[in-house]
Design a protein around this ligand. Structure first.
Ligand code: ADP
Ligand code: MG
Length: 251
């Protein structure tokens, strides 16, 4: 193997995101202790578990939105434990879309990039690409108030996409939508992942979302991963009664 192939092989082995021995406290409450998790490049990992089990806490720690009390977070081979969110090479989508009501869809999409030194032509290229992927082209001049819930959430996803980073984090992006829209957007997110091939960490308490989207599911309870396996494996061979009950019966 020459140096270049060696480098390529090393890159391929390297995890997209690695959480090492992570501990998080809220005041005196230990929400997470000694959490270890490695997510492969291009993987769609779903964090699944009941409300309050620590899914958002873990995602926010990876995003740099809260301080960790111990351990390390690595993204694309860099230790980012103390890096600012904007420097971590991630894009994040939240449950509430938090769009700017006075800005058009196009302005909402470009806002984050306009805060950086990205050249105007490059911003336009990325906004156009995201709008195309998410079928937002006819809506670019509208304001959030003139959009449906599903369209707003598409804009929120678009805002993360324009960053063109390798890792996307989703925190229950569909839970404010009705069942029909949820099913539609689920298919779109799956397609998006297939087209972009990037790494996704997706938080949900919805078993169907987890089963249909995930390459692997991390089933969480009380700040601890109970099982980390492919959906079929989790379903067919739940590691314990909690996993069996949670996957088996809709919450
Ligand atoms: P999930 O996203 O799985 O519903 P969270 O990560 O939001 O769970 O919360 C995990 C635990 O941490 C819960 O017990 C919650 O009450 C607690 N928690 C979350 N955020 C805070 C906070 N800012 N201050 C104190 N406790 C918090
Ligand atoms: Mg949450």
């Amino acid at each position: 193997m020459n140096a270049m192939t060696q480098l390529k092989a090393a890159e391929a082995r390297e995890s997209a995101v690695e959480v090492k021995d992570l501990g998080i406290q809220y005041g005196s409450l230990d929400v997470m202790k000694s959490m270890d998790l490695a997510i492969a490049r291009g993987e769609f990992l779903v964090l699944l578990g009941p409300s309050g089990c620590g899914k958002s806490t873990l995602l926010n720690a990876i995003a740099g939105l809260l301080d960790v009390s111990e351990g390390e977070i690595w993204i694309s081979g860099r230790n980012v434990t103390w890096a600012e969110p904007a420097e971590r090479g991630i894009g994040m989508v939240f449950q509430s879309y938090a769009l700017y009501p006075r800005m058009t869809v196009a302005e909402n999409l470009s806002f984050g990039l306009r805060m950086t030194k990205t050249p105007k032509a490059e911003i336009e290229r990325r906004v156009a690409a995201a709008a195309k992927l998410l079928q937002l082209e006819p809506l670019l001049k509208r304001r959030p108030g003139e959009l449906s819930g599903g369209q707003r959430q598409r804009v929120a996803i678009g805002r993360a996409l324009v960053r063109e980073v390798d890792v996307f984090l989703f925190d229950e992006p569909l839970s404010n939508l009705d069942a029909k829209l949820r099913a539609e957007l689920r298919v779109e997110i799956k397609k998006l992942h297939q087209e972009l091939g990037n790494t996704m960490i997706y938080v949900t308490h919805d078993q169907i979302e987890a089963m249909t989207l995930a390459d692997r599911i991390a089933v969480m309870r009380g700040g601890v991963i109970q099982q980390l396996d492919a959906p079929a494996e989790v379903y067919a061979r739940p590691r314990n009664l909690f996993v069996a009950g949670f996957i088996g019966s809709p919450a």
